[in-house]
Design a protein around this ligand. Structure first.
Ligand SMILES: Cc1cc2nc3c(=O)[nH]c(=O)nc-3n(C[C@H](O)[C@H](O)[C@H](O)COP(=O)(O)O)c2cc1C
Length: 232
């Protein structure tokens, strides 16, 4: 099994340590883990050139950094996105990466492999905001087509992992173990649900009428999705 992790920060605080707990629970000797840390691995800010949408992702001025991450995501069975809550949102450095992946949304060019993958999103906050972060991370995975997505958010009442109270850490360990058990059963066995299929259907209607972006339309045509083929 392959896992790719997109960390929303470089430091090893609560979010990193909870992610590490998940990785320990989910892995065995055959697991290959690839990790990217933002901002070290973050491409430069999106400049809004529309090249990815209109000309192809390789025409993005930041394609080198973006495509290295995309390749690892395509090869993974499980995609983990994580970020601490900053001002009720994900970290800016992770958002900058996700902006570069808008061309992979179902509205444009979702990769067929996404429809058989599992996703996990993780966030911590001091007191409030993880729901917003995990919702936003989940939305990205959903619109990429990821078939099944799990969320874990925790208010840790702390500014570092070291200062998280022992009983809270024990509860986190228990939660992570339970959720990892569920996730392990799903990996390699998932199909998209009704909501994804409905979104795909709506986007397919859009592509049938698409006379403004030939790159997207050709992609759908070549995949056979404007006919009877589906990515699941
Ligand atoms: C710039 C910044 C903004 C933050 N905004 C929030 C917030 O909106 N809500 C909240 O409860 N905690 C907020 N916090 C606290 C962190 O989300 C919290 O301490 C989190 O557990 C840190 O995760 P980490 O240890 O992985 O860095 C903020 C912290 C920073 C540095």
């Amino acid at each position: 099994m392959r896992i790719v992790v997109l960390h929303g920060q470089m430091h090893k605080g609560s979010t990193y340590n909870i992610t590490k707990l998940f990785l320990e629970n989910l892995s065995d000797e055959n697991t290959e883990i690839t990790e990217f840390f933002m901002p070290e691995d973050t491409p430069s800010f999106c400049i809004g050139c529309f090249n990815c949408f209109m000309k192809g992702e390789e025409e993005c001025p930041h394609a080198d950094k973006v495509q290295a991450i995309v390749k690892a995501m395509d090869e993974a069975d499980l995609i983990i996105l994580e970020s601490p809550c900053y001002a009720f949102g994900m970290s800016g450095q992770l958002k900058t990466l996700l902006d570069h992946l808008a061309y992979r949304w179902m509205a444009h060019r979702p990769h067929p492999k996404m429809f058989s993958k599992v996703g996990l999103v993780i966030s911590t906050a001091a007191g409030a905001g993880t729901k917003k972060v995990t919702k936003s991370l989940k939305d990205n995975l959903f619109h990429w087509g990821v078939a099944k997505i799990y969320r874990y958010g925790k208010n840790v009442a702390a500014s570092s992992w070291e200062s998280v109270k022992t009983e809270k850490k024990l509860k986190i360990e228990k939660d992570v173990k339970e959720l990892s058990g569920k996730i392990s059963k799903e990996i390699g066995n998932v199909k998209p649900g009704l909501k994804t299929k409905l979104m795909f259907h709506i986007m397919r209607m859009g592509q049938k009428a698409n006379d403004w972006n030939p790159t997207d339309r050709e992609y759908w045509l070549n995949n056979g999705w404007l006919g009877a083929s589906r990515p699941w």
